[in-house]
Design a protein around this ligand. Structure first.
Ligand SMILES: Cc1ncc(COP(=O)(O)O)c(C=O)c1O
Length: 269
């Protein structure tokens, strides 16, 4: 039997989240189904932005000591429960692409560069592949694509250092079994970075329960935090900038340049 408008209205009237729509400032008459690209603006956002603009005007450089400097950590701790991470494991900063680059550098350094291949899924969002490729070229690693639909195990050999996967595919909506896949990648001796752009805020994500050690994602889709680009987030079980007590908000260990990487000429005189 085909559902009718009355069926839909009945379901709406029983929806415990129905009133939640009122928290968003959507233009009159718009049915917005594009939250997977850019979330709608929460009504509270305007007030928060105005307050920040006033703070900038009044506090000037002193604003850094009024919560700006610690914002990546503070927001990371607020976000952590939504993705099943623990306090201290998440930083809100930069873009997904930059966070991926930083994590690739951090992980491969931790591994002592013992493995040489970064494997990313062919069906990932293109920027994930571009940055993996760029990282490999600048740091002397080899980038391989896992063909769409190919079994991961067949490609997990002793050279694979890191695998970059999406929990929910941005194009097909395919949901990966994060816990099982993480277990398999770890068993092969590699690490996995999960891209949560299309799952954080859209479904229950359990990073700790899935024993995930590294993830990236954004706040501008299902977390309705801003216009696209910034801010994104980065999760690591041993967040270097936080563990070391460093005050650098998005601080990460950068990869050692490969011997073939040209170095900047040093100024003379
Ligand atoms: C799945 C996925 N990964 C990565 C990105 C790139 O994000 P950013 O612009 O924050 O680097 C996007 C952007 O829409 C995305 O959907």
């Amino acid at each position: 039997m085909r559902p009718t408008l009355t069926d839909a209205s009945d379901l709406d009237s029983q929806d415990p989240l129905a009133d939640f729509k009122a928290h968003f400032a959507l233009p009159e008459g718009v049915l917005y189904l594009d939250g997977n690209s850019l979330g709608a603006q929460p009504r509270a956002a305007r007030e928060a932005l105005d307050a920040t603009r006033d703070q900038w005007r009044d506090a000037l450089v002193g604003g850094w000591n009024q919560g700006w400097f610690d914002a990546p950590e503070r927001l990371g701790d607020l976000l952590a429960p939504l993705i099943g991470a623990r306090a201290g494991e998440v930083l809100v900063s930069d873009s997904i692409t930059l966070n991926l680059f930083k994590l690739l550098g951090y992980i491969t350094e931790r591994q002592g560069r013992a493995r040489t291949v970064i494997l990313s899924e062919g069906g990932n969002f293109p920027a994930d592949g571009y940055i993996a490729e760029g990282f490999c070229r600048s740091a002397g690693f080899t980038h391989c694509f896992l063909p769409e639909g190919a079994p991961l195990e067949a490609h997990l050999d002793a050279q694979v250092a890191v695998v970059v996967l999406s929990q929910v595919n941005y194009r097909t909506g395919q949901l990966r079994d994060m816990a099982e896949t993480t277990r398999r990648v770890h068993a092969s001796g590699a690490e996995v970075i999960w891209d949560l752009a299309h799952s954080a805020g859209a479904l229950a994500v359990d990073l700790a329960g899935s024993e995930v050690r590294y993830a990236v994602g954004c706040t501008y889709k299902y977390l309705n935090a801003a216009a696209r680009g910034h801010p994104a987030f980065c999760m690591s079980v041993a967040m270097p900038s936080r563990q070391a007590g460093s005050r650098s908000p998005a601080g990460m260990v950068m990869p050692t340049p490969s011997p073939s990487t040209p170095t900047m000429p040093q100024p003379t005189g």
